[in-house]
Design a binder for this molecule. Structure first.
Ligand code: ZN
Length: 540
């Protein structure tokens, strides 16, 4: 074929491709509607039709039986985790719609996917992108205009926050009571081990001047090197790109303690790993929580989320190699037993004095007297907005510090009866072994001084807070006793799950309630390196 003819046929192919590329429901409805589950599935199928290198897996089946798609967009030849890891490239996982009333992530990830087979195809030479566009599919299908009424569209309504069990999937990362969360951990985090996870949401709270706010991991038990890299390099870079390329202001997620008195400070949310961003940090991996601003319209929220995703991927293209090294070093330090102490309970702390964009608000006409400050994160109903955005110097309460710490042991021992706990640990990907023969060991046991059950239920639980002390003794353990060694890469997570005083562990979530009659917690810890004959539990 002559060169001109070849060029002409290439142009024809590109034109055909452009014509065939699907539109999202948001686009085709002029941003009046968000995608239904079937729309997303049809969109992904059309993308696959246009580019057969795009793969799709099912990572979980929802309570109502919907297969949850994980779309894989990497270099040609990447078909599974093994081929992805063999490339040595960063793996980025983007998840949307965990809260199915917060829908712009679902639309923006579809648009991003379309770019990854067309205009942004070359990003796939630098990384593997995994996309879960519709995590809470069951919640999504309950679309109604009655949901999230303070959110600015889409006018035809959105889904609900909870899954079909009534669970908030962004509180289920530790206890894993939903099939969605169990599938996410087993089939995305354990199989693909993404270097960076991006979780897409919408705000509900304060009136501020940012189109989008974001958060890194907030639990101080995550590797300090990962936290520092995100806060000092990756997030400032993305923020600067959002400002210079897209002319949009973004900042760390938070809320004013009092919308009427911004000088009282800006507060981030929570350090507990029941939240995905904090959970991923405990796995020695990077994470970005994205919160589009609820009060800008749906089209603007889709747009800013889409731009933010592009800038994240550009950031990974720039810093991915460095990020891989930081994460590998965090794993290696644990293998070498460098993790000695970690927090069990935490408090919020001032991070920096910052100029933060506040929307000036005044007391609503109907309000009499100055009300108590709202809880940060709640929509301030007693105020009237003025539309005036002002930079105000205030304290950013953006970090947490431990109030109590404890030793990270050599290993934990669990009674052979603790099968529920062991199932949970293994679903997280934590290696659990069993003693092959009876053995006498010097151990610590946890003597319980106080056990307080929360009066109110949360996610179907009365959360339990234990107080007490570790005491040393010698004990004999039968063959079959479970062993969790703490020189494995997921040791930060294992510590958080197993420490009796942990604010988000298995004791907190009532896994051990039935064995708490005595004064002794039903696990032991070994603090000194000890030879133990054990085999890895591999039965399902
Ligand atoms: Zn949310």
């Amino acid at each position: 074929m002559r060169a001109t003819a070849l060029i002409f046929s290439i142009l024809l192919c590109e034109a055909a491709l452009a014509q065939e590329l699907p539109k999202t429901t948001a686009e085709s409805s002029n941003y009046r509607s968000t995608s239904r589950y079937d729309d997303v599935i049809a969109f992904v199928a059309a993308i696959q039709q246009a580019d057969p290198d795009i793969r799709v897996e099912t990572f979980a089946t929802s309570n109502e039986g919907r297969a949850l798609p994980l779309v894989i967009a990497g270099p040609a030849g990447v078909v599974d985790p093994r081929s992805a890891h063999a490339t040595g490239l960063p793996i980025v996982f983007i998840m949307a719609n965990i809260h199915a009333g917060e829908v712009e992530g679902k639309e923006a990830t579809q648009m991003l996917l379309r770019d990854l087979i067309a205009s942004s195809r070359k990003l796939r030479d630098a990384m593997v992108v995994l996309i879960a566009p519709i995590y809470n599919a069951d919640g999504n299908e309950k679309i109604s205009t009655d949901h999230r009424k303070t959110q600015n569209g889409p006018p035809n309504g959105v889904g609900v926050r909870e899954n079909a069990q009534g669970l908030d999937l962004n509180r289920d990362y530790m206890k894993l009571e939903s099939p969605e969360a169990r599938g996410l951990i087993a089939n995305v985090f354990n199989r693909w081990d993404p270097l960076l996870t991006v979780d897409l949401h919408t705000t509900n709270g304060s009136f501020h001047g940012y189109a989008l706010t974001y958060s890194p991991m907030l639990n101080p038990n995550a590797s300090g090197d990962l936290i520092d890299f995100e806060r000092n390099t990756l997030l400032p870079h993305i923020r600067e790109q959002m400002r210079t390329k897209h002319h949009k202001e973004t900042y760390y997620y938070g809320n004013f303690l009092n919308q009427l008195s911004p000088d009282k400070g800006w507060y981030t949310f929570d350090s507990r790993p029941r939240f995905g961003n904090n959970y991923v940090g405990l796995r020695n991996r990077f994470t970005i929580l994205s919160e589009a601003y609820s009060y800008i319209d749906f089209r603007a929220r889709v747009e800013v989320t889409y731009e933010f995703l592009h800038e994240i991927l550009n950031g990974v293209e720039k810093y991915g190699k460095k990020m891989l090294r930081v994460a590998a070093r965090a794993d290696e330090q644990i293998r070498r037993g460098k993790l000695r102490k970690a927090g069990v309970r935490f408090e919020i702390k001032p991070w920096k004095e910052m100029e933060i964009l506040w929307e000036r608000c005044v007391l609503a006409d109907s309000t009499t007297g100055v009300p108590e400050p709202e809880n940060p994160g709640e929509t301030p109903h007693h105020v009237r907005r003025t539309g005036e955005i002002l930079p105000i110097k205030m304290t950013d309460y953006g970090v947490f510090a431990p109030t109590e710490r404890d030793e990270v042991p050599f290993a934990y021992l669990l009674d052979a009866k603790a099968q529920n706990a062991v199932t949970n640990l293994r679903t997280h990907g934590i290696v659990v072994e069993r003693l092959t023969r009876e053995i006498q060991l010097d151990v610590d046991r946890f003597e319980i001084r106080g056990a307080k059950l929360e009066e109110h239920t949360f996610q179907g639980h009365h959360e339990l807070t234990l107080t007490g002390k570790w005491k040393s003794r010698s004990e004999t353990f039968p063959a079959g006793t479970y062993v969790v060694r703490m020189n494995q890469p997921l040791a930060r997570l294992a510590f958080y799950l197993l420490e009796p005083r942990s604010d988000d562990g298995l004791f907190n979530w009532n896994f051990f309630d039935s064995s708490l009659e005595g004064e002794i917690a039903p696990l032991r810890r070994i603090t000194k390196a000890t030879g133990i004959d054990a085999t890895i539990v591999s039965e399902k």
